[in-house]
Design a protein around this ligand. Structure first.
Ligand code: ADE
Length: 226
């Protein structure tokens, strides 16, 4: 999968050289490139923002640098992802959908966001998704893009060594995951639930499912059907 990220802070994405995503880049499974939006400006100050029409606080990102940057990257196969607190909530379902794509381009906004015509223009020509990673406001779209790249990237075949570990995770079956334990069986007076030491795989599976339901009901009742 090819992933291009347009941002005014390309070095922000250097951390994608680490861990499993970094290994997948080395092996060629993921081709991730960060691009500096300011390289698509033509004035001495490399200006990317201006005051908002209609007034108000803050600055808005100008459409021209975005148009030049995205024209150089967006093709017929591309899904353009614009990270924004005004986007649809990013979920594991969307991560799975995006993991099937061959090319993602991320547009990371700063300030009060990107001139709306940029989204409208590319939505007329191709596939655009405005995505939010949660109901809070970040200083820019970079952290959101990073979260989405990691959530999507790890679902691309060959990125996570043991694909079985992707199956029993939170959100994969609509429930939160069950609690996990490892050795020693007693730590600071706390013991591991005896069922996990029983060797009875049927009993263990049913205990884990009960834990998933109980945990989900307690912290995320919104995930359960009515
Ligand atoms: N940019 C600023 N806040 C954001 C959020 N919550 N999700 C996605 N992009 C953002």
């Amino acid at each position: 999968m090819r992933i291009d990220i347009v941002t005014i802070f390309p070095t922000f994405f250097d951390v994608l050289g680490l861990s499993l995503i970094g290994k997948a880049r080395e092996s060629g499974v993921l081709d991730i490139r960060a691009h500096d939006l300011r390289d698509f400006t033509h004035d001495r100050h490399r200006t990317v923002d201006d005051t908002p029409y209609g007034g108000g606080a803050g600055m808005v990102m100008k459409p021209e640098p975005w148009g030049e940057a995205l024209d150089s990257l967006v093709g017929d196969e591309t899904v353009l992802i614009v990270t924004s607190p005004a986007g649809e909530p990013f979920t594991q379902t969307i991560a799975r959908e995006l993991a099937n794509e061959s090319h993602l381009v991320f547009a990371c906004g700063r300030y009060e966001g990107i001139d709306q015509r940029v989204v409208d223009h590319y939505a007329e020509r191709g596939r655009v998704r405005l995505l939010s990673i949660g109901d809070y406001v970040l200083n820019g779209g970079e952290v959101a893009a990073m979260a989405i790249v990691e959530a999507v990237g790890r679902l691309v075949p060959g990125v996570v060594g043991n694909p079985a570990s992707l199956v029993e995770e939170s959100h994969e079956d609509g429930l939160l995951e069950y609690p996990s334990y490892t050795k020693p069986s007693e730590w600071r007076g706390l013991t591991v639930p005896p069922v996990l030491l029983s060797g009875n795989h049927g009993l263990i599976a049913s205990w884990r499912h009960d834990q998933q339901v109980e945990r989900t009901r307690r912290v995320r009742p919104d995930l359960l059907p009515d």
